[in-house]
Design a protein around this ligand. Structure first.
Ligand SMILES: Cc1cc2nc3c(=O)[nH]c(=O)nc-3n(C[C@H](O)[C@H](O)[C@H](O)COP(=O)(O)O)c2cc1C
Length: 196
């Protein structure tokens, strides 16, 4: 699979890091296109103590990436900005209300918004893992608009019935649900009442 992972300036940078790690480790994934918005950099520094721009993927993985290419959010000429480039879908995790608005209204003025726009026009899976609370009516309307255009609204709402031992485990299990939704069921994913 060829997938795009975008991280935006919503809280929940740990979700993005866990998604990146899982995609890098997954043998079914050949290529990951990674984009962090300018505001994601601020939240990454705030929440994970990870700063910098150019070697962000390596910092998040803790090792050099084998299959992940990082693009600048300003680079609207990157491969993923065109529908001619093969892709199996895009995950925005975490997705801010600002990026949701841009996608819902087709602004396409950043690489993340453009790649999402392309994903929708090509009828490919687009998962928007939103994080905000509470929602105002603009958020709710934008969610409906994006869903009507084909996006899956997949809010960052982790489960508790799997008894996560810490926030990293909680984030990892949430990410496993996201990846299962896009066809990448993960080993180690909690399954409710799994058959022996
Ligand atoms: C520490 C921090 C946490 C934030 N958390 C959220 C959040 O959970 N949801 C959200 O929509 N915006 C959040 N924001 C605000 C966004 O970063 C801001 O609206 C930004 O313009 C989003 O830009 P982007 O979508 O291009 O990344 C947060 C900002 C900071 C600094």
């Amino acid at each position: 699979m060829h997938l795009t992972l975008a991280i935006t300036g919503a809280s929940g940078a740990v979700f993005g890091r866990e998604a990146l790690r899982a995609l890098e480790a997954d043998e079914r994934v050949a290529r990951v296109h990674f984009v962090a918005s300018e505001n994601a950099l601020r939240v990454l520094a705030e929440e994970l103590g990870v700063s910098g721009r150019n070697d962000l993927v390596e910092k998040l993985l803790g090792t050099a990436p084998a299959k992940t290419i990082q693009h600048s959010d300003a680079d609207i000429g990157a491969a993923i900005a065109s529908g001619s480039h093969p892709s199996n879908g895009m995950i925005v995790l975490p997705c801010s209300m600002g990026t949701l608005a841009a996608i819902a209204h087709g602004l396409a003025d950043s690489l993340i918004a453009r790649a999402a726009d392309v994903t929708l026009k090509e009828g490919r899976p687009l998962l928007l893992c939103l994080r905000e609370t509470p929602f105002n009516r603009i958020h709710l309307r934008n969610m409906t608009l994006a869903a009507e255009a084909g996006a899956t609204i997949f809010p960052c709402i982790p489960a508790f019935y799997n008894h996560p031992v810490d926030s990293d485990e909680m984030a990892r299990q949430f990410v496993f649900r996201v990846l299962a939704h896009i066809g990448l069921a993960q080993p180690g994913a909690y399954v409710w009442k799994e058959e022996p």
